[in-house]
Design a protein around this ligand. Structure first.
Ligand SMILES: [Zn+2]
Length: 384
């Protein structure tokens, strides 16, 4: 991770570089900002620049010994601390146990969310723990600071999501954060700095990282736009969270992105909430015909699932867990008196979009028609 891997944020980058060049390096700093902002990649780029042996004006050189190790995030003077899940297989719970996986995940996606990180524990996390920085971690940090730096001028402790540090760990770190040995720099990277205990927070120099602007987000995904993947739609859906967009693209789970949009659409249509429906229609209208057609295909698929649950096959083997819950709740509203009309309306809209009709008019009209269909009562009570 280099400064140039991150679009925009020039002011922040300049400030960070200047502090290094002028040798005004705070020994404990807090990079903070919302989920999906560049706080983690920027703090890594900063640490790299700090230790680069042939710094250039705007970025690290990329070929000194330090940079080569930073390429793999495996520099011996770069210590990562992050929330972990307590496992029965290991006696102490520290990040070092999981650091290989961490390097891999962060290299692939430095905008990773905590949920995505904890998901990587898979079956090791049997009880569904949410991740924490335990006291063992603080003990390990203090021990490491007693040793000399391996090879570089600065040793960096990069602590991701310190708000998930338990109180014991926080207290244990207080002294070392206040007076670390020379050549030791703590970089705290937080999305909820207000959750840090005040005695820790007050010792940190704060650097706020703003959210990306739309054009900056598009810069990340410029190659995908050529492949007709609708970035505007994903930006809307994720509220501009770069990490989530990357994940959706990597997992090829655009259909999951459709799920959120579809489920809220059905709710709004049923309630005939015209104002919110208009907003929804405006956002889908911006996403391009190809995407709108895919969305309608998805809607047809979901309505079909509701019909199947009601009449033939309640197994729901073809949908994800998230979709399953929705289908179970929604299927009573789709029945013998209205399902055919709903299919006809969706298919009609699909054809109209293909014929270049105005998507705003099509989707608005469709929403009202489906809302009306959903209000139709069943002839017989469900005999379940
Ligand atoms: Zn270098």
């Amino acid at each position: 991770m280099y400064f140039t891997d991150i679009p925009g944020l020039e002011e922040t980058k300049n400030k960070l570089r200047k502090s290094i060049v002028e040798n005004k390096i705070a020994h404990a700093q807090l990079f903070y900002g919302k989920e999906g902002c560049a706080k983690l990649p920027l703090s890594i780029a900063y640490a790299r620049y700090l230790n680069c042996e042939k710094r250039e004006k705007t970025d690290s050189c990329g070929h000194c010994m330090s940079c080569l190790k930073y390429d793999k995030l495996s520099h011996p003077d770069l210590h990562f601390v992050f929330p972990t899940v307590k496992k029965s297989s290991t006696k102490i719970s520290i990040s070092d146990n999981d650091v290989l996986r961490w390097r891999e995940e962060v290299t692939a996606n430095p905008y990773i969310t905590i949920e995505e990180w904890i998901e990587t524990y898979g079956s090791e996390n049997k009880t569904g723990k949410k991740g924490m920085i335990y006291k063992d971690e603080a003990v390990s940090i203090v021990e490491k600071t007693r040793l000399k730096n391996y090879e570089s001028k600065y040793r960096v402790f990069l602590i991701w999501l310190p708000e998930l540090m338990n109180l014991d760990a926080s207290n244990k770190l207080l002294k070392i954060i206040e007076e670390p040995p020379s050549g030791t720099v703590f970089l705290f990277v937080s999305k909820q700095p207000e959750e840090l205990i005040a005695t820790v927070s007050s010792r940190l120099q704060k650097i706020k990282i703003r959210n990306f602007y739309l054009e900056e987000i598009k810069w990340f995904f410029k190659d995908y736009e050529k492949k007709e993947l609708n970035i505007n739609y994903l930006v809307n859906l994720t509220k501009g969270n770069v990490g989530k967009i990357k994940k959706i693209i990597n997992d090829k789970t655009e259909h999951l992105a459709f799920f959120d949009s579809f489920s809220s659409w059905m709710r709004l249509a049923y309630k005939m909430n015209v104002l919110d429906l208009t907003n929804w229609v405006n956002s889908i209208a911006q996403t391009g015909r190809n995407n709108q057609k895919l969305f309608l295909e998805y809607a047809i698929k979901m309505i079909r699932e509701c019909v199947l649950v009601n009449f033939t096959d309640p197994s729901l083997a073809r949908v994800s867990e998230k979709e399953k819950q929705f289908v179970l709740n929604f299927s009573p509203f789709v029945h013998e008196k209205n399902s055919i009309s709903i299919f006809e309306e969706l298919e009609g809209a699909y054809k109209s979009i293909g014929r270049n009709a105005n998507p705003k008019i099509i989707f608005f009209d469709l929403s009202l028609k489906i809302g009306k269909c959903l209000k139709v009562k069943r002839k017989f009570a469900q005999n379940k």
